[in-house]
Design a protein around this ligand. Sequence first.
Ligand code: AP5
Length: 213
Amino acid sequence: MICIFLGPPGSGKGTQAKKLMDKRGWPQLSTGDMLRSAISKGTQLGVAAKGFMDRGALVPDDVVIGLIAERIQAADCSKGFILDGFPRTIPQAEALDRMLGEAGRKVDWAVLFEIPDADLVRRLSGRRTCLNCGAMYHVDTLRPQKADVCDKCASKLVQRDDDRPEVIQKRLAVYHSQTAPLADYYRNQGKLKLLDATQGFDAVTEAVEKALR
Ligand code: AP5
């Protein structure tokens, strides 16, 4: 199964992709995580990407397409994978179709996480992420047992640089102008599944399972 989690920043794509990965064993391919890892290692790619990410803009298409092209060839992707945060533009979606087609593969489903912007601002401004293992928390809805400490690995929890209010607004605007048109792209291919992402964690997990059944 090759499935895409589409949706605005903070809609819960990463949370649900991690759950599905644990349950089904399909790796979660998150371009955001790949870029953040490049930034923390100080690679040339990371240095180039940081400026775009810190101001809430998209990293250029050729950079993220290159990352995904390499990643999907890895052995752990042979039975399927979940794309979280990619594609984000029509040229990225077209490139994905091309590279999968060359390998005799295709996207099965694109699941769109639907949620109003006001909910997203609350979710993103309260999000805390583990610096070490990437586990996610929320200051109101998913608190760690000990403040600012990860339950899983006891590392420090931090707020992402792009979860500041002014950057959140920019990311939402970018989503509506550049990424939202992908819904029609996959609708026209008969692959779009809509999901109510305003529900609680477990209800969304059930809805994801149902969409992929
Ligand atoms: P990326 O890391 O992909 O960020 P995003 O798409 O903006 O998505 P988020 O990670 O912010 O949100 P999410 O939907 O995963 O929600 P989450 O599960 O964390 O991208 C970051 C940047 O990298 C981009 O701005 C861009 O610069 C660059 N980039 C990445 N990919 C790119 C690409 N393809 N092309 C170009 N540039 C690219 O949940 C959010 C919070 O809500 C958490 O605190 C969570 O606990 C909480 N929550 C989740 N579900 C629920 C629920 N059901 N109920 C209550 N709270 C919930």
